[in-house]
Write a protein that binds this ligand. Sequence first.
Ligand SMILES: Cc1cc2nc3c(=O)[nH]c(=O)nc-3n(C[C@H](O)[C@H](O)[C@H](O)COP(=O)(O)OP(=O)(O)OC[C@H]3O[C@@H](n4cnc5c(N)ncnc54)[C@H](O)[C@@H]3O)c2cc1C
Length: 378
Amino acid sequence: MQKIKCDVLIIGGGCAGLSLAYEYAQMKSSKLSVCILEKRESYYNDRTWCFWLGKQQNFSHRDIVSSSWRAWRFSSNNQSYVHHSENFSYCHIASLAFYKKITKVIGEDDRQTLLLEQDVTKIEKSGKYFSVEGPDLSVKATNIIDTRAYGADEILEYTKIFQAFSGVEIETNADFFDTDLVGLMDDIHSSGVKCQFRYLLPFTKRHALIEITSFSNIYIPPAELAASLQLYLDNLKVSYKIIRKEQGVLPMGINHPPRSHDGIIMGGMKNDNLKPSSGYGFLRTQSWAKLVAMKLCSGDLDTGFEKVNHYIPKFFDDTFLRVLDDNINLTEEIFMGIGRNMNSDSFARFMSDQAQALDFIRLVAAVPKQPFIKAAFS
Ligand SMILES: Cc1cc2nc3c(=O)[nH]c(=O)nc-3n(C[C@H](O)[C@H](O)[C@H](O)COP(=O)(O)OP(=O)(O)OC[C@H]3O[C@@H](n4cnc5c(N)ncnc54)[C@H](O)[C@@H]3O)c2cc1C
């Protein structure tokens, strides 16, 4: 069995674990040794990360943004609304570019070690130290940062609204896509149990990601959405080949009972790094990573600082989820209302946790009032 001793152990080398390792790598003066344990055997392009980024916004990974758009569309039946923004771009990072960039940075940092194929199974605290074990590994660490997601059972039990999606990246044999415009929520329609829409990221005229997404308070397996996706692809007026598939189920809001952290710093989903009203997590994770890296270096660690979800956005996220939960039939009207009535910059700020009071007022003004008022006071 391999034995390791380190100052900081990061469990999980996905988006959160690697983002933290990257931010720590920038802080050259710190002498703390960091070890990252990741379960997977290797990194591959398992997901796309998209998010709204302001022109001047401080962001560590502009170098790997591979596509960005200034316009995004909401559509339903024969209606369509397009948001254009001069100040915000909807940006895309391919996960493999991110994994490559950060594993290289870690490899060049003498203080940090990344170990793959390490499935952590046990964490114990004895005195000042944590003992962590995997099948062939034992680690003694002073600090632990745990970025593992909730287990499938916990997600099923505690999720408020499930966001399920099934998508494909395709290449067509002729120019087909409008590269200026993202289909953020196309063909929105709601039924008794779910709201469903299509998502289109046109990387080039011949290359795009197309997903079918649903929001529902019941679990809908992505395989169910794959049938709708296939139907859409069958009717595409162009020949195409599938080059990659992507699917998942994200919890929009988790009602997990409070748990004892026992001195462990939480990251990822367990730290609310997925924005409840959207399931987006990349930007929140970047803010979390900067904060935790700074605290690590200043020796000012506690387990309460890591939350990046402030009261007002949380209130609006929770209200929004309650509205979805109680009024799934109204979701088409709600999202089309946002597309039609909400200012594009206000929307981008809301989606990226930068909303000001006026943006929240604009959101409330854009959607049907009664369900929001009811949800806000329930
Ligand atoms: C397909 C997909 C697309 C998404 N697209 C977007 C998007 O466009 N925009 C956006 O903002 N958000 C998006 N998200 C949401 C969110 O940003 C991502 O889920 C993000 O990867 C979350 O980061 P994380 O570090 O919390 O989890 P992960 O990236 O999943 O990292 C957790 C890591 O922990 C490892 N691990 C788990 N158990 C163990 C163990 N026992 N021992 C060691 N390691 C372990 C896992 O292998 C994994 O690598 C998407 C999510 C998915 C699934």
